[in-house]
Each structure stands twice: as structure tokens, then as C-alpha cells.
Design a protein around this ligand. Sequence first.
Ligand code: SF4
Length: 455
Amino acid sequence: MSKAKSFKKEAAHVANDLQHRKIIQFNMSKYEAAVADGKLRYKDLSLAKEQASAIKDDVVKRLPYLLEEFETNAVNNGAEVYWAESTSDLIDQLTHLFSDLPVETLVKSKSMVTEEVNLNEHLDKLGIESVETDLGEFIVQVAGEKPYHIVTPAMHKSKQDIAELFNEHFDTDVNLSAEELTDFVRHYLRKKFVSADVGVTGANFLCANEGAVAVTENEGNVLLSASFPKLHIVIAGIEKVIPGIDHLPLFWPLLAAHGTGQQLTVYSNLFFGPKKTNETDGPDRMLIFLIDNKRSEIYSDKKDREALKCIRCGACLNACPVYKNIGGYTYNTTYSGPIGSVISPHLNDFKEYKHLSFASSLCGKCEEVCPVKIKLTDLLLKNRQDAQVHNDTLTDASNIALYNILSKRSLMNLPGNYKSKLTKVFQSGLIGSDKKLSAFEPKTFSQQWKKNKKR
Ligand code: SF4
């Protein structure tokens, strides 16, 4: 089955799953209340967004220069910087690195780019235990699932789902409270942190001017992953660079306010290379892998490169009526929701994933909430145009016939309530098989108007 067909099938299924809807609506309502509060700290939120957008526009324009500046300064700090063109290039480099090191256990903080490259699966093949240390990531890893959402990986699970999951895997009491479940994970992970050979983190921002890696978090697991093991590996997409730490007072609160509704996350980490000679704690080595994975292809198109401004706050997912109905897994990609629908076709095979650009009502809510003012609707429309160039939404004969009929009023208005018959035939493709379309009036509005006028 093609990716587009399985997307439609899964979307129809999930949209009708009332239990799923109940959990998502509950978790989203908490998010919405928190974000509304988080935004209140701004005297002028739109000005902050304007500034962030302008800085990111400049970053995207100067991306190659800023990346080189970051590399030079990170190396001066004692870090080792490597470039990876693709997933396979990154995995080859890591395989080579680990072949020289005795690595049994690796602790990992939440990082979508490591999901993008399926890092855990590759490490598993190398015989390395990779332990997710973010609570939400830990839950989905235990469940054998992928993150449901780029900020809240276990958003689709209720407290009871998690209690049952842990009971099944760790024999904990099925009636544990949320606090007790968290406490169990805390103790479980402490042992992993102190015994791990390697710690892997992502990066929220790469500060070019200082060669520093900025990572925000709420659980302390990033700090522990980066400081306990002797080797700290950072894996980051090339779009994460910003000019310098002077910009963090703008970006960190914007990310927190839009991602979780906090004024600032609990921990804001800045890593300036490995342990220095006069320091007692920290890793002996810090390796930074900068991965392209088709981002430079996005960069090469002057319009598409706007998508590289994304700071992965997740706000557009939470605002999207389509995401709220079909959920994160239906997209079947690392990045879901509006930004996922924009970038996933480019990061993967465009032909296979172009259908995602149509998974939007273009209501504009995503664009309205985006803290860096990405023109998401324009980008979705651009993808749709590109999809036509790639040949194609209208490939099969029935779709071509439907398009030709729907676009001609004379054909639609043929006698015999043709419209109702036609839409009945195509109903499942148009709105899914679980809903019913109302029948059209036998006579059109203009026919009725003319008739009434004669009276
Ligand atoms: S596109 Fe904007 S709203 Fe969506 S995740 Fe990126 S920064 Fe956040």
C-alpha cells in the first residue's frame, strides 16, 4: 500500500477513535491553558516574534558562514566537530568510533534528529544499549513506540496506560500515582547515568560566536547525560545554529512559552567543550556531529529555506485541527503536524510523502502561533505546487474524471441529481467511509432562483 493510501486509512481510523480523542483533548487542554499563561509574561509578544523571525531570516541567509564560525569556535573550546551528509554517513562514522571504544551502555536525552536517523535501532545492531532518559521518551521506548509529538512524546498515553505499561515491564504496582511512576523512573535512570559509557544529546541552538551547544530541559537528564559519561556526543541538524549566546534571552523564553507554556524551562544548559584541565567534572571528550540529511536541498530553494527557521517548539502541531483529529502517528514520519507536512516530503522521498502537504485545511492557525513566524501555509501550498510538477495528485483515472467533472458547473448540474450520485461514489475518498454526505438539492440555487423569479 502506498504511503498516501495508508495515511488516509489510518487518518480515518484515528479520527473515529473516541478514546484517543479523549486523551488528546485532555492533554491539549492542559497545554493550551499553560501556554496562554506563559505568553502573559510578554509585554509585546508580537515584537518578540518579529525579532526572532528577523534573526532566523538572517541565520538562514548566512547559514554556511555561521556553521563554519561555530565549528572554528567549538574546536577552539576543545570539542571535535564532524560533518555528516546523511543518515548512513552519520551511522558509518559512529560505527567506526564505537569500534575503537568499549561501549556497552549509552544514555540519551530527547532529540528529534536522533529519531530522524533511527539512532537507537542502529545502536542496537552494534550491541549497544541505548537508554532514553527523558520521561516521555522513556515511556515510548518501553512501549516499543516512536515519539507521538516532537515536544511531548507520550502525549497519547493516559496515566493509567503508563501505570499498566510499567506494571507489564517492571512489575510495578498498577495503581501507582503519576508522582510514584516518575519516582520509579528517576531511580531506574540514576543507575544508568552513573554506569553509561557515552551520553548523547541533541541541541536546541548552536551558538556560532562561542562554539557553545545550548540545550533546554525540565528533568535534569540532559545535564546528567552530558556530564556523567566520559564521552559526550552531540548530534544536531545544521539549521540549529544562531549567531551567539546573546540571542538566547530571546529564543529560550520563546521556545519555553510556545513549547510547554513555561516562562523558562527548569534547566538551561550551555556546553562549551569537554572538561578543562583545571576542572574535576565533565566528559573527557565532546564530539559534535552536524548532520545535513537533505537540509541543504531545502536551503537551495529560496522559498523552501524558510522552513529551516523552525525551533521545534511544537506549537503548530497543537494548534492544527488536522493533527488534533488524526494524531501524531498517522503522519508516519519523525516530524508531524504542519511543520512536519512541510519538511517531511523534502527530508524523505518527495513523491512518497507529498500527500502530507495536503493534510491541512490551510486555516492559518499554525502560522499564527509560530514564534518565528514561519509562513507555513505558503510552504504547504508551495509543496502542493511542487507535487503537481512531480506529476501527480491526479494520476489515476477516477481522480482525473472526478476533477474534470467537479471543475465544470455544466457537468455538475446535469439533470437527475447527478451531484449526489457522484459524491456518493467518491464519498470515502472525499470524507472517509465513516461519515455521510447530505444529499444535494435536486435543483441548483440558480435554477430555483429563476423559477421563483417567474412567479
Ligand atoms: S514551525 Fe513554528 S510553531 Fe511549528 S514547531 Fe517550528 S517554530 Fe514551532
